[in-house]
Ligand binder design. Structure first.
Ligand code: DOR
Ligand code: ZN
Length: 444
């Protein structure tokens, strides 16, 4: 007797939709086939003809916790993930205290173990003491994140010698290195533009201008040449930087490229109406930039769609535009938005699964996840592609009850999420028990 059958479904497997069901045993997918051909199981869940996709792997999530747990914590953030059909998240290191040394890394692992309800991999920031890179790697970091815009300690991204010695150490780890492509001193620049009487939104957009991203991308392209690092560009937002990254990829450089749903769908005009609720870094750009990101998706050069789920409290977001922190929640809007664009034929289902499940697993060495295939982990999401409704952040499981997508008409909703073959979200109810998620470490 097997543990579970999901029957009467459409299943996205091996690049196409098959009708039938999935047999699951001991947390693994064991068979995909027509319902009568599946082995007997102690439990059957009827899928009513809905579509089963591999659980989403979101490689860019700020779960916060520690001293910023008023914004989000390991439990609320991972519940929000399951509600959104996301079964694995990679957590960013700009926490308070910063995740950039072995002690804080260990503290996060310990605290997360009893709280997380989906799978979580942990990033590290660049440690003040570069020698800690190896120690943090041994503790199971999923990757390292570089923030050139937020300099700390003595590390200066624009200094060739420092960058060279950093990249040498990072190369030894064989882990992906993710870069937030922006230049430093944006806060100083905002002040300068304010002094020159620019309105708040203009000052913010000028400080975080397109060239800040493009120049940082170009520095990586010039610098990396063939030093063997797997460099992942987070939240790329401009037409010119995507063009340069694509050219570099064509020349064989080991780059991967991530875009967010908000940079695909929204443009900077929205800042005038949604104000700080549409404030994030990098900021929303021009419609022509959005179109270039879509082209990058459909031409096959974008590798990943990730949310950059960056929760802040409603009170913080309600302060003045320049005081309000940058960042929006994304875990509970990714799938509804992308299913809408699948319905509208802006992106194929195949491409969506590559970008949100298959490629993230490959790029971050997460084995046995990201595909519906025998022996893979039964991390799955069942979606109803027909359901139409409006996004309402008041219903989010995240602590961040706001979204620039509030009121958006969408078509498509996750109705069940499975983690290791267990039903953890059922029709908007999160059933997972605290600590059910696993900590993901890279498997080479
Ligand atoms: O908008 C953003 N918010 N961009 C970042 O890079 C950081 C993030 C945050 O942590 O709030
Ligand atoms: Zn981020």
């Amino acid at each position: 007797m097997k543990d579970l059958i999901l029957n009467n479904a459409k299943i996205f497997t091996e690049g196409e939709i098959k009708e039938g069901g999935i047999a699951i045993d001991k947390g693994k997918i064991i068979k995909i086939g027509k319902d009568p051909n599946l082995p007997p199981a102690s439990k059957t869940i009827e899928c009513n003809g809905n579509l089963i996709l591999p659980g989403i792997i979101d490689v860019h999530v700020h779960l916060r916790d520690l001293d910023l747990s008023y914004k989000e914590d390991f439990l609320t953030g991972t519940r929000a993930a399951l509600a959104g059909g996301i079964t694995t998240v990679l957590d960013m290191p700009n926490t308070k205290p910063r995740t950039d040394n072995p002690d804080i890394f260990k503290l996060k692992l310990k605290k997360a173990a009893n709280k997380i309800v989906c799978n979580v991999g942990f990033y590290s920031a660049i440690p003040e003491n570069f020698q800690d890179i190896l120690k943090i790697t041994k503790l199971g970091a999923i990757g390292f994140k570089i923030y050139p815009d937020h300099p700390y300690s003595n590390f200066d991204f624009s200094n060739d010698d420092q960058l060279s010695s950093l990249f040498k150490l990072l190369q030894n780890t064989q882990l992906p290195v993710t870069i937030h492509a922006e230049k430093r001193d944006t806060n100083k620049l905002i002040k300068t533009y304010k002094e020159a009487n620019y309105p708040d939104i203009e000052a913010f957009l000028k400080a975080h201008n397109a060239n800040s991203e493009i120049d940082t991308v170009q520095r990586c392209i010039n610098f990396i040449k063939d030093n063997g690092i797997k460099l992942h560009f987070a939240h790329i937002s401009t037409a010119e930087s995507i063009k340069r990254i694509i050219e570099a990829k064509k020349k064989g450089l080991n780059f991967s490229l991530e875009v967010t749903p908000h940079h695909l769908i929204l443009d900077s005009n929205l800042l005038q109406t949604k104000k700080s609720f549409s404030k994030m870094v990098p900021p929303l750009r021009k419609k022509s930039d959005c179109n270039a990101l879509w082209d990058g998706i459909n031409s096959g050069f974008v590798d990943v769609i990730a949310t950059d789920h960056a929760p802040h409290s409603l009170d913080e977001k309600k302060s003045t535009f320049l005081e309000a922190p940058s960042g929006i929640p994304g875990l509970e809007t990714l799938l509804p938005l992308m299913l809408t664009y699948i319905n509208n034929k802006r992106i194929t289902l195949k491409r969506f699964v590559e970008l949100c499940s298959e490629n993230p697993a490959k790029l971050f060495n997460i084995k046995q996840k990201g595909r519906i295939f025998p022996n893979f982990d039964a991390d799955l999401v069942v979606v109803d592609l027909k359901k139409k409704y409006k996004i309402n952040s008041a219903n989010f499981f995240s602590k961040a009850h706001h979204s620039p997508f509030d009121g958006f008409e969408v078509q498509g909703i996750p109705i069940m999420t499975f983690l290791n073959g267990k039903l953890v979200m059922d029709h908007r109810e999160v059933l997972a028990k605290e600590g059910m998620g696993s900590i993901i470490k890279p498997q080479n």
